[in-house]
Design a binder for this molecule. Sequence first.
Ligand code: SF4
Ligand code: SF4
Length: 384
Amino acid sequence: MTQDLAKQFQGPISNVFDEVHAFWIAGGSCDGCSIATVGASSPSVENLLNGTIPGAAKVILHHPVLAVNAGEEFIKPFRLAAKGELGAPFVVLCEGSIMDESLAAETGGYWSGLGADEDENGDPQPIPSSSWVTRMSEHAAAVIAVGTCATWGGVPAAANNPTNAASVMDLLGEDYRSVLGLPVVNIPGCAPQGDNITETIVAVLMFLNGLTPLPEFDELGRPSWLFDETVHRGCTRAGFYEEGNFADEHGDKECLVEIGCWGPVVQCNINKRGAINNAGGCMNVGAPCIGCTMPGFPDSFAPFYKTAPGTMVSSNISRVTGTVIRNLREMTMTFHNRTDRWNKNGKVPSGWGHVKEPNLLKKVMHYTYEKMQFSDSPKPGSKK
Ligand code: SF4
Ligand code: SF4
């Protein structure tokens, strides 16, 4: 996907920018993505705001909750950016789904907005978030959707949603391109892993300054280096899955697939990166994956915490093959838990407990195992 975009891109960027504005616009959201962002540590929001990342421009953040100014003073840069008159490059960060404001207007209300304009009677009327996104996206270096509500629609767009909520991609359409030539960049997760957000922003800022090639994004605009793999492939419990060992209830240490984990088919990196500051992450703390990074979330993963149909096949195959593999591995471990001296003496001198000696069958199998292990190299200490 990125190669196609690189071809479309019109040429090298000649300016190196010291500062880039970032406008945070919230639609239908719980603010969880804002919380996740301020929890990022690698890089942190402070790194971005202080301009301490070599090659990345310092970020001037306009965030409705984190701002120290308010009222028209806060809204003014938004107005300038929406008209293309800011005089500096900027990115738009969207949190939350895009609500259908025409539905709210039917009853004279609005779903989500920022600032106000006067109507024909001089009364202030809220400016919908969707209007800001549409107008600012025309002049933005990049539009970055943060969190599953903004990337795919998320919980507000679940079945029967009364607001006709949708994603930023749905609002701007497939033909949308930012000033840098980018379609909407999507960082999913409910909430997303904070470092995924800040790292992607830095990757875009580096590209903006012409210091790196266009980062790799997949066909849905996800940063490929963060979302290419399934969460199962990086799960600390994947060894249990392979050996056919499954948790029966929450709190068990084994693989959670039979109590509703969708990890084998979900693209997410939280187990490798941790939820915050390299700690936590769903299965690391005992929670089955409910697919919150995926476009089908939440409806495609309902009902939560119920064994997925595909598990009937895959976990039962693992159970059969895993039982054999597990027993063979346990036998190998028996001999790798002993020194050569203990083997020669036929006894383990441990005061902690009695270590059972392997029986004749196990010794024969281990002898064969070692013959194969040292078939093309001498065993350490041998005279050959
Ligand atoms: S807990 Fe989920 S992600 Fe982890 S190994 Fe089991 S199925 Fe895979
Ligand atoms: S492991 Fe699953 S539930 Fe947890 S963050 Fe990733 S996609 Fe969401």
